[in-house]
Every structure is written in structure tokens, then in C-alpha cells.
Design a protein around this ligand. Structure first.
Ligand SMILES: [Zn+2]
Length: 89
């Protein structure tokens, strides 16, 4: 039997426990796409070169942290209720 525990308070839970809830958290950059149609070709090329140079020297984990991260937590009913009242703690 797979055993679970609440990631907030440590309460023991089971796989089909009606007291077990899953919390998913996604964090991603709010900035959307770059509108290349409004820039002239010289500006676009220079901007792209600058981005590529930053990516070459950057830490891949840091890039991932800045663009997209997801988390999954198991919580008990009591902690679920607390999260719903104050999701960001
Ligand atoms: Zn809990």
C-alpha cells in the first residue's frame, strides 16, 4: 500500500483517503511573446543576438526557474481548508 502524508502538517494519508487532496502549483513568466512585426529587421536581429548570448552564459536551472516551474503536493482536509482561505500563506 502506498502511504502518503500531508505535505503541510505531516498527517498520514492513504492513496484513496477521502481526506487526501492534491494541490498543483504552476509558476510561469507573465510576459507573453515578443512582437517581431513591429520592430525593424536590424533591431530584431540585435535583440535576438542579445537573448542568445544571455542564454549561453546562464545557468539552465535558473532559466527554468524564471520561465516555468510546477509543483504537486498532497494535503489533508484541514490543510486544504486553510489553503483555500489563504492560498499564498
Ligand atoms: Zn495537513
Amino acid at each position: 500500500m502506498i502511504r502518503y502524508e500531508c505535505d503541510k502538517c505531516g498527517e498520514r494519508l492513504t492513496a484513496n483517503d477521502h481526506n487526501r487532496f492534491i494541490v498543483k502549483l504552476e509558476i510561469y513568466a507573465a510576459a507573453g511573446h515578443v512582437d517581431l512585426d513591429t520592430a525593424d529587421e536590424g533591431d530584431t536581429s540585435a535583440a535576438l543576438d542579445a537573448v542568445l548570448e544571455q542564454l549561453r552564459s546562464a545557468d539552465p536551472d535558473e532559466i527554468e526557474d524564471q520561465t516555468y516551474r510546477s509543483f504537486r503536493f498532497d494535503v489533508c482536509d484541514n490543510c486544504r481548508r486553510k489553503l483555500l482561505k489563504q492560498p499564498l500563506g
